[in-house]
Design a protein around this ligand. Structure first.
Ligand code: SD4
Length: 335
């Protein structure tokens, strides 16, 4: 089982070398598991297939995506099924109906899904749907549209046979919401429960790409607020000719720079995924006031199987699965 370890950089390197030499394990499905928790390195390693997801909940999500990819060979099924694990995770208060609600005490969800051929679908400000990612998939597969929002998205879900879940807060979310109501102070805080969106991007053995992104958005947001996650080009962008990127963090800051699209376009112009993520963070910092209170992070892969990640502040991490192993990697950051 993977262990998250807090050790300094040089300790990490020797630790990684040692553990990689001594403790890799072949798991069912042919994936190698190592026990290291490496800090992000600029390496020239290239992997196909390759799956990356934001944050540590990306590990179980990637496990499921990897399994689906092995079983079905479908990249789009893999990225949908993978993030569904997080949508059901009762410990996650930023994804799924158990997430922290808006100011009115209502959980509202955003999600998007995209294939590298330009097909995409998303839902925004949707209520009572357990798997918004699957609803986004339906928008992509069953409608001529890209995005459905609010009541229209819910009506579409009903028409597609999605059950409506009761509108009650999870016990944890309720406890925190009752606490919040005492002061009703809206102030996003870096790297705590309101920054845990899952974004997943994947490259298949055939060189095709896909991605998914799902969130309950910012805790205690205004009713009707939509973040970056369902906005194609902001929270997610995928292009078979270039690569894919996804985002987490304060959605407003990411929307302002069309973050994921920007990263893909920078890669198109020749930047590596790492350079493109760093440039996007630089741009985000330039376009957003009060950056000390804003966290945002990006992950990217290119069609050759290289990856990159970068965040505004420390604390961002991401899960990586490939045929030689899987690991949770600490992202580099600007500050
Ligand atoms: C949003 N990007 O709605 C999301 C926030 C996030 O976990 O990352 N939440 O702005």
């Amino acid at each position: 089982m993977f262990q998250l370890k807090k050790i300094n950089m040089s300790d990490r390197r020797s630790f990684i070398k040692k553990t990689l030499l001594s403790s890799t394990l072949l798991l069912p499905g042919g994936i190698l598991e190592s026990c290291a928790n490496p800090v992000q390195e600029n390496s020239n390693e290239k992997f196909k297939p390759l799956i990356l997801s934001t944050w540590n909940h990306g590990m179980p999500a990637n496990d499921r995506a990897w399994e689906v990819l092995k079983e079905t060979g479908s990249l789009i099924d893999a990225v949908e099924e993978g993030v569904k694990v997080t949508e059901l995770d009762m410990d996650n208060l930023s994804v799924g109906l158990q997430g922290l609600p808006d100011r009115e005490g209502i959980p509202t969800l955003d999600a998007s899904i995209m294939k590298g051929d330009g097909s995409c679908g998303s839902v925004a400000f949707v209520r009572q749907i357990k798997h918004p990612i699957s609803l986004a998939r339906k928008v992509m597969d069953e409608t001529p549209h890209v995005m459905l929002a609010g009541e229209g998205a819910r009506q579409f879900a009903i028409a597609q046979g999605f059950p409506l879940e009761p509108e009650v807060l999870s016990p944890k979310a309720d406890e925190l919401y009752q606490e919040w109501k005492k002061t009703s102070l809206y102030k996003p805080i870096i790297n705590i429960e309101n920054h845990d969106t899952i974004g997943m991007i994947a490259l298949g053995a055939d060189g095709k790409l896909a991605g998914s992104c799902t969130t309950s958005g910012l805790a205690y947001k205004m009713h009707g607020r939509v973040g970056d996650s369902p906005i194609i080009g902001a929270g997610l962008y995928v292009d078979d000719g270039v690569g894919a990127a996804t985002a987490t963090g304060l959605g407003e800051s990411i929307i302002r720079i069309c973050g994921s699209f920007l990263i893909v376009e920078l890669m198109r112009q020749g930047r590596t995924p790492q350079e493109a993520c760093e440039e996007a963070v630089k741009r985000l910092i330039a376009k957003n006031k009060g950056i000390e209170d804003i966290q945002a992070g990006f992950i990217a892969i290119n069609k050759d199987g290289e990856y990159g990640a970068y965040a505004v502040h420390p604390g961002f991490n991401f899960a990586r699965h490939h045929s030689n192993g899987k690991d949770l990697i600490d992202s580099k950051s600007k500050f």
